[in-house]
Design a protein around this ligand. Structure first.
Ligand code: NI
Length: 141
């Protein structure tokens, strides 16, 4: 279902006051690296996505980004983070926050299902040039 994420929409339209089945939502997505919004909290969006392979290096100048892994094993390579150049490994039930401005590259050897939490309007490929992996924002499922 397509809908606006305008903050003046009703709670129901923002995915609130209802059970949201993350696995069920992800099952409706048929392509990798295609985040879909399932709910909003204030100005933040919860997005489900399934990924496999390597995403381009990118950064988000204005926002931190949260990854919550639901299934599989995700690696996030980080350049110049608090521990220098590093790789964060996340398995089901684990999460990490990548700070704003830090270059990062998510990758997965096998399919990973996860939840992303970030402000409304964040572009998945960050601040650089748009590429084939860039997806349109505010696509609800
Ligand atoms: Ni990112």
């Amino acid at each position: 279902m397509s809908q606006s994420s305008n903050p003046t929409t009703t709670p129901a339209e923002r995915g609130q006051c209802q059970t949201i089945d993350l696995a069920g939502k992800i099952a409706q997505i048929n392509k990798h690296w295609q985040p879909r919004v399932v709910a909003e909290m204030n100005d933040y969006q919860f997005k489900v996505v399934k990924v496999e392979g390597e995403f381009p290096w990118h950064r988000h100048a204005d926002t931190d980004e949260t990854f919550v892994v639901l299934e599989g094993e995700l690696r996030i390579d980080v350049r110049g983070g608090p521990s220098g150049d590093d790789t964060i490994v996340l398995r089901a039930g684990q999460m990490a926050v990548v700070p704003k401005g830090i270059e990062h590259r998510p990758r997965a050897n096998a399919e990973v299902k996860m939840l992303l939490i970030e402000p409304r309007g964040v572009v998945n490929t960050g601040d650089g040039a748009k590429g084939e992996r860039t997806v349109e924002n505010d696509q609800w499922i």
